[in-house]
Design a protein around this ligand. Structure first.
Ligand SMILES: NC(=O)c1ccc[n+]([C@@H]2O[C@H](COP(=O)([O-])OP(=O)(O)OC[C@H]3O[C@@H](n4cnc5c(N)ncnc54)[C@H](OP(=O)(O)O)[C@@H]3O)[C@@H](O)[C@H]2O)c1
Length: 310
């Protein structure tokens, strides 16, 4: 984009310079697209750059140049990352220069499209569960919006920790959400769904809840028990009531966490199913799709033509 709020269009920038001492240059295979990229476009999320700039905060690709002080990455390494703050350009580009400390090795056998759709949702899921809410085994957790990419990963990570998950999802996602580990799936199209969640807890209300639906927090808090804990990832924290604590959570780059999450992705304990891969020239369409609410998995940008055998 040329300016804050500007349209998404193809721009020509000079080839990236040599990497700084702590940087690597990545030849981009795929780049992630989320409705958060529109928040960047609108100027409401500072990712470290001012326009004109390439958007994109998730990357997967191959290291093609290594800074003099980088010791743990080599030429040819296949990496993935959420490399914020962006230092030179965003990830919707053929090449991008990033802080080497913010990318990790792509798990072997994971397709490029899957790898690039993973960092922001996975980091958010881990941070909201482990840091914001400190959800523990044997608690009951409501995940509102479990049919989405981030909500789905929250369900998977929570179930892995032995948490009993009650999830909201539509009919087309219900089976997948149950497969991800939700003990109960409630259809959010029923406006009384928070009462249904309360009924599933014997009437007392739920211990902990995560909202992953824009504007969904006001309904979520209804399902919580007195003194419960909730977090929202959509920037809509409700006013505190009945002693309930509310956290407003935003993703943070964290390579150590991302490496651990990638290990789970690599061994199949976490899954993300990509909906569509569009070429870089169709970035505007990809972003429109992400903003309008993607059914059937996230959209990614296939920057390099797909190779067979990936
Ligand atoms: N704070 C942060 O750092 C952060 C990080 C990541 C994501 N987010 C935000 O979290 C939200 C979800 O992200 P995402 O990646 O999971 O998005 P997504 O994959 O685009 O979510 C789409 C899904 O949302 C579900 N949905 C739509 N309206 C719903 C409603 N009223 N009730 C329940 N579910 C509903 C639909 O599920 P069904 O198929 O079940 O109908 C749909 O498949 C986005 O707004 C995103 O910006 C924030």
């Amino acid at each position: 984009m040329r300016e804050i709020g500007g349209q998404v269009e193809l721009l020509e920038f000079p080839d990236p310079a040599s990497p700084g001492p702590d940087e690597v240059v990545i030849e981009v295979e795929t780049a992630g697209v989320g409705n958060w990229d529109d928040i960047v476009r609108a100027g409401a999320w500072n990712v470290g750059l001012t326009p004109p700039m390439a958007l994109g905060v998730e990357v997967a690709g191959t290291v093609v140049a290594v800074g003099s002080q980088v010791t743990d990455l080599r030429l040819g390494d296949e990496v993935v990352g959420h490399p914020l703050p962006l230092r030179h350009q965003g990830c919707w580009a053929e090449r991008v220069v990033v802080d080497a400390g913010l990318v990790v090795l792509k798990p072997r056998g994971v397709p490029w499209e899957t790898a690039t759709a993973f960092p922001v949702p996975a980091l958010t899921a881990e941070q909201v569960l482990a840091e914001a809410l400190k959800v523990t085994e044997n608690e009951t957790l409501l995940v509102h919006g479990a049919g989405g990419t981030t909500g789905g990963l929250i369900v998977q990570l929570a179930a892995m920790r032995g948490v009993r998950v009650i999830a909201t999802a539509g009919p087309s996602s219900a089976a997948r959400v149950a497969q991800a580990g939700a003990a109960e799936v409630v259809d959010y199209h029923d406006s009384r769904w928070p009462d249904r969640v309360r009924e599933l807890t014997g009437g007392a209300g739920i211990d902990t809840a995560i909202n992953a639906v824009p504007g969904g927090s006001a309904e979520v808090i209804v399902a919580l028990r007195e003194g419960g804990r909730m977090a929202t990832i959509t920037g809509d924290p409700p006013a505190a009531e009945r002693g309930i604590s509310v956290a407003d959570v935003y993703v943070r780059p964290d390579a150590t966490q991302l490496a651990e999450l990638c290990a789970l992705l690599g061994d199949g304990r976490l899954t993300v199913s990509v909906g569509a891969a569009l070429p870089l020239a169709e970035a505007a369409t990809a972003l429109e799709r992400a903003v309008s609410g993607v059914k059937g998995g996230p959209v990614v940008l296939q920057v390099k033509p797909a190779r067979t055998g990936d």
